[in-house]
Design a protein around this ligand. Structure first.
Ligand code: SF4
Length: 347
């Protein structure tokens, strides 16, 4: 087990810190998740216990924030997180007009899935993040921006390729004495690992989003190498099985790329994929990424595409462009400070 403190439940803290009284573990748990930076701040612990723990853990968090940028256009924030081993991850905070604060958390450094339109996909896979490293991203966002209302696992990485750590983080996010965020406000976004989706109803009941991008097999094979392992028929059947078992609606994310997946043929294929599934289609205009030659759709093109889906009876949500000014928008995350790695398909 990773012994970093922010990734442990109270009973685990009790064991790893060799505490005799379980209420001490609960006190420490509450302090950690309320943002205490060292044991000396935990004023309801006996002084000798604080000193012992402080000697063992000079700092509660193992990660740090060397850079934080705010998008002047929309107020969204991107944190660069320096991990214990010197690698970097990124997190984004999106704030909407109604005060909803959504933290977009990373689950891996880089990503092995190699989607051609995604900046993270171009950097290859370096390693999984631990539950603690995932929670530390949230703690660092909360330290500067206060309580977070929603969580999306849509940062760097494929969350289902690091499922155990992500689900542990979801438990901690939900824990009433930690962050108390409803599971309905936590969403995991996958590129479509069908075998994992089939058993997902057994995990904490967070929401599922699938980055579909296209319902045309040939195009998906090209844009998303994962489709060669789990073709659309298999992905769809896993979603049906998940929906039967969980009863939950699924979000299909459709990153719209001009002159690529925005034709009438694409609309027909997407409508066919949706048939029989309870879904919301989230149309996300592709965000430019340096070095990638895809084209972003015009606002009118995005509107037209969405309207055509609605006419076919599909529920659509359009995501506002956010975070572009800090390269923190969907598909734009990558940290050039990380060492280069070869992109590959498997996880
Ligand atoms: S879109 Fe998601 S799964 Fe695909 S390469 Fe990017 S981070 Fe990985």
């Amino acid at each position: 087990m990773n012994n970093a403190l922010a990734g442990q439940l109270p009973e685990e803290l009790s064991d790893s810190l060799s505490l005799n009284a379980s209420f001490r573990a609960k006190q420490i748990f509450r302090w950690i998740h309320s943002g205490a930076s060292d044991f000396n701040a935990m004023t309801n612990l006996p002084k000798d216990l604080r000193n012992t723990l402080h000697q063992r853990f000079p700092s509660i968090l193992e990660s740090s924030v060397p850079a934080c940028r705010t998008d002047p256009d929309d107020g969204s924030v991107k944190l660069t997180i320096r991990l214990k081993d010197g690698l970097f991850a990124e997190s984004v905070l999106l704030i909407d007009g109604r005060g909803r604060k959504t933290a977009c958390l990373s689950s891996q450094v880089g990503c092995a899935m190699g989607c051609l339109f995604c900046r993270t996909g171009t950097m290859g896979f370096l390693r999984n993040l631990s539950a603690s490293e995932i929670i530390e991203q949230l703690l660092m966002l909360k330290a500067s921006y206060g309580d977070i209302t929603h969580i999306v696992f849509m940062g760097m990485g494929e969350p289902l390729a690091n499922r155990e750590a992500v689900m542990k983080a979801a438990q901690l996010l939900h824990h009433p004495e930690a962050h108390n965020i409803s599971y309905r406000r936590i969403t995991l976004s996958t590129c479509g690992l069908a075998d994992q989706i089939r058993t997902l109803h057994q995990d904490p009941p967070i929401r599922l989003a699938v980055s579909l991008v296209t319902a045309r097999e040939d195009l998906r094979n090209t844009l998303m190498p994962v489709n060669r392992r789990y073709p659309l028929r298999e992905l769809r059947s896993s979603l049906l099985a998940y929906q039967r078992a969980s009863g939950r609606r699924i979000t299909l994310e459709y990153v719209l790329i001009r002159n690529c997946n925005d034709t009438p043929e694409d609309i027909a294929a997407l409508a066919g994929f949706c048939k029989g599934l309870k879904v919301l289609v989230n149309v996300i205009p592709w965000n430019p990424v340096e070095g990638l030659s895809y084209q972003e759709p015009s606002p009118a093109g995005t509107e037209k595409f969405s309207a055509a889906l609605e006419q076919l009876g599909i529920t659509v949500s359009k995501r506002l462009r956010k975070g572009r000014g800090v390269n923190g928008a969907c598909g734009q995350l990558a940290v050039p400070l990380n060492p280069a790695s070869e992109p590959h398909e498997s996880s």
